[in-house]
Design a protein. Structure first.
Length: 133
């Protein structure tokens, strides 16, 4: 089973994308499609998805990536903010140099994805006879 992107559900979960004139369905769908290039959205994925059994891990991760990609596409920021000044405007940014982490740590959604995907990257718990997707 694959996750089908639902823009209305995504906007409900991520109200910062509620403005349909700024974030069209087509834009969000494209961001979701990009997310599937990072997190496999096929039956071969190591991240389970079976809405019949209420197993939505892959949908959660893909929506986090969609949020991350959409945020980066519209912010113009590169790196995490480390400092800011209001008078005469100044900002400091930091890019995490850990392998693979830098891109994800630029947004809250990306960082959350990075934390949640860890259990699938290092391996999961094998339960003989159990099938979760």
């Amino acid at each position: 089973m694959v996750v089908i992107f639902d823009p209305a559900l995504f906007r409900e979960q991520r109200p910062q994308f509620a403005d349909t004139s700024k974030f069209s369905d087509a834009f969000l769908q494209n961001c979701f499609d990009e997310a599937t290039l990072i997190c496999n959205n096929t039956d071969a994925s190591m991240v389970p998805y079976n809405p019949v059994k209420n197993i939505n891990d892959r949908q959660i991760l893909l929506y986090l990536l969609t949020c991350h990609i959409a945020t980066l596409a519209t912010s113009g920021q590169v790196g995490s903010i480390t400092s800011a000044t209001e008078g005469s405007v100044s900002a400091g940014f930091y890019i995490d140099q850990r392998k693979g982490a830098a891109w994800f740590t630029q947004t809250q959604c990306g960082y959350t994805y990075l934390q949640m995907i860890q259990k699938y990257k290092v391996g999961g718990l094998f339960v003989p006879g159990a099938k979760n997707h």
